[in-house]
Design a binder for this molecule. Structure first.
Ligand code: FAD
Ligand code: SF4
Length: 332
């Protein structure tokens, strides 16, 4: 373990100023990800700035009909919040599909957005990893890559994004609110996480010292119905092999609107505009759902051990679409 100092931030200005002064400092919220990475020697911060006690733990309704979720709210409090359960059930389902009850009681919304990949080579400093050490290579390309991504990969990194919550946030058109040395920003969630490209060590657009303060969800009329379906290796807590977040508006058995996102298959939480294009304006039938699932995985590129994810993702998305159609009174 490397030596580090610890301070608790009094407010977000204090947290930002402390990090800005110290290039190797990092925020800690629930600590469920960063502490593991410190024990593994992946993160070696000079200072931890604890933001857990900042007063951003509320869920409030906004004038535009949406809601704002504070960044230091616990994942379990977000999942069991009545506004979230009634109006954005796909988010509640996704959070509850992630980790264990104990972890969800510690983990925060901001930390979930910032959690790092579970690629085992990233976690083991004995292996080459461009994400951990730029330019060192990628052990997963020729290694055991069963859990890795098939969409959005590059020759420099094929790690899957691990978050369940972020998949639902992508399907809900969430906007990430931040505050940093250069002021406040509103960042659409689809722009928040970056594709690996040639710089897999840059995972989000967040700058050093910039803090996530909240996540906004737009108004979602009750006509929209949703479901999060996660497929994993075991029933107790495990990261997704594949997952699908489906949000549909179906009227007289025709799909009027669709938001589709996939987990476990992309290097970032994966919005599938291709699937949405097939769905919107089409009847809510098995044929439409199969065509949408095919479209979603059209660009998929498998590696040695993860070919199975392509068919599994198609079936998962089809199943989630059927479930939403059934609760919407569609025919499939
Ligand atoms: C055994 C295990 C199983 C898990 N299974 C799943 C799963 O199935 N699905 C899933 O989605 N997740 C899973 N997780 C991951 C878990 O959800 C994350 O560890 C958690 O969400 C991180 O939140 P945290 O508050 O503890 O973050 P921390 O560990 O405190 O921080 C993580 C990172 O976020 C940064 N950060 C935190 N808050 C902010 C903020 N407000 N602004 C800017 N940066 C910030 C920190 O600096 C750090 O870099 C699992 C974790 C474990 C240990
Ligand atoms: S897939 Fe990405 S995270 Fe995993 S070893 Fe390769 S570069 Fe590192």
């Amino acid at each position: 373990m490397n030596p580090f100092t610890y301070v608790r931030a009094a407010n977000s200005d204090d947290a930002i100023a402390t990090l800005t002064r110290e290039p190797q400092a990092m925020f800690i919220a629930g600590g469920t990800n960063i502490l593991d990475l410190m024990k593994e020697g992946v993160h070696t911060p000079s200072q931890l700035v604890d933001i857990r006690k900042l007063p951003s733990t509320e869920i409030v309704t906004k004038d535009n009909g949406g809601i704002r979720i504070g960044a230091t709210l616990r994942n379990s409090d977000a999942a069991y919040n009545s506004l979230v359960q009634e109006r954005y059930p796909v988010l509640s389902e996704a959070i509850l599909a992630g980790a264990s009850a104990q972890l969800r009681n510690m983990a925060t919304v901001g930390g979930n957005l910032m959690q790092r990949t579970r690629c085992s080579y990233f976690h083991d400093t004995a292996f080459a990893c461009n994400k951990r050490q730029p330019g060192s290579g990628c052990a997963a390309l020729e290694g055991f890559n069963r859990m890795h991504a098939v969409l959005g990969t590059s020759e420099h990194c094929i790690a899957a994004h691990p978050s369940d919550m972020c998949v639902a946030l992508v399907a809900l058109d969430a906007v990430v609110q931040t505050q940093g040395p250069r002021g406040e920003r509103s960042i659409p969630i689809t722009d928040f996480h970056l594709l690996p490209g040639e710089t897999p060590h840059l995972e989000t657009v967040l700058e050093h010292g910039e803090i996530i303060t909240a996540v906004d969800l737009p108004e979602m009329p009750l006509a929209w119905r949703s479901h999060y379906l996660k497929i994993r290796d075991r029933a107790s807590y495990a990261f997704a092999l594949v997952s699908a977040a489906v949000v549909l508006e179906i009227d007289e058995e025709v799909i009027r609107n669709a938001r589709i996102a996939l987990g476990g298959v992309g290097t970032k939480p994966w919005r599938s505009l291709e699937a949405e294009q097939v769905l919107v304006g089409a009847p809510a039938t098995q044929e439409t759902f199969t065509a949408a699932a095919d479209a979603a995985m059209q660009e998929a590129r498998p590696y040695r051990h993860n070919q199975f994810k392509i068919e599994l993702a198609k079936r998962t998305l089809e199943e989630a679409l059927k479930t939403v159609a059934a609760i919407s009174g569609g025919q499939a």
